[in-house]
Design a protein around this ligand. Structure first.
Ligand SMILES: [Ca+2]
Ligand SMILES: [Ca+2]
Length: 174
């Protein structure tokens, strides 16, 4: 957990006695097990699951399958994956995108019943190709420190990345 324990001492002076209160604050920026990178919280999940299973797993963790909004965010994720894998491993991760509803209409599916168009993209060479006519879910393909996007069959089993908002919470524990 990305938490920082800060102890503050506050002095309250009464008429007769002095009361010393020690108040501890816990600042929790990201859900348990998530890493804070450039204003968002990510969890790289090595377990392999279908796209729907991956999406449900992220939700159980209080997050969603990752949405990559711009090149800066993809660079952050590349850095995180390079820390996990080094530079010589190929790995594939589910993202929150799909063209399930209309072929070639790629959208982010982060909320039930609502989808948003994908603006920034980083498709690999000749992707998306809808190979076999059955590739409707979006993956991030990590290849030696760099990533690109591909469309694959939603029932394939892949690792995935969950993303949660970066929130500064203050909890008084004492
Ligand atoms: Ca497709
Ligand atoms: Ca493809």
């Amino acid at each position: 957990m990305y938490c920082e324990l800060i102890t503050k001492e506050t002095t309250m002076k009464g008429l007769i006695l002095i009361v010393l209160n020690i108040v501890a604050y816990v600042y929790c920026d990201c859900p348990h097990g998530f890493e804070h990178v450039n204003g968002a919280c990510y969890k790289v999940e090595p377990l392999e699951a279908s796209w729907v299973e991956a999406k449900m797993t992220c939700r159980i963790l209080g997050s969603e399958l990752v949405v990559i909004e711009d090149a800066a965010e993809e660079t952050s994720i590349e850095g995180m994956l390079t820390q996990v894998h080094g530079s010589h491993i190929d790995e594939v991760y589910w993202l929150s995108g799909a063209d399930i509803t209309n072929e070639a209409d790629w959208r982010w599916f982060t909320t039930d019943g609502v989808s948003t168009p994908i603006n920034y993209t980083n498709w690999g060479h000749n992707r998306p190709d809808n190979a076999g006519g059955q590739q409707n879910c979006l993956v991030l393909s990590y290849h030696g420190t760099k990533t690109y996007w591909d469309d694959v069959n939603c029932y394939e089993r892949h690792s995935f990345i969950c993303e949660a908002p970066y929130n500064k919470e203050e909890v008084i524990i004492g």
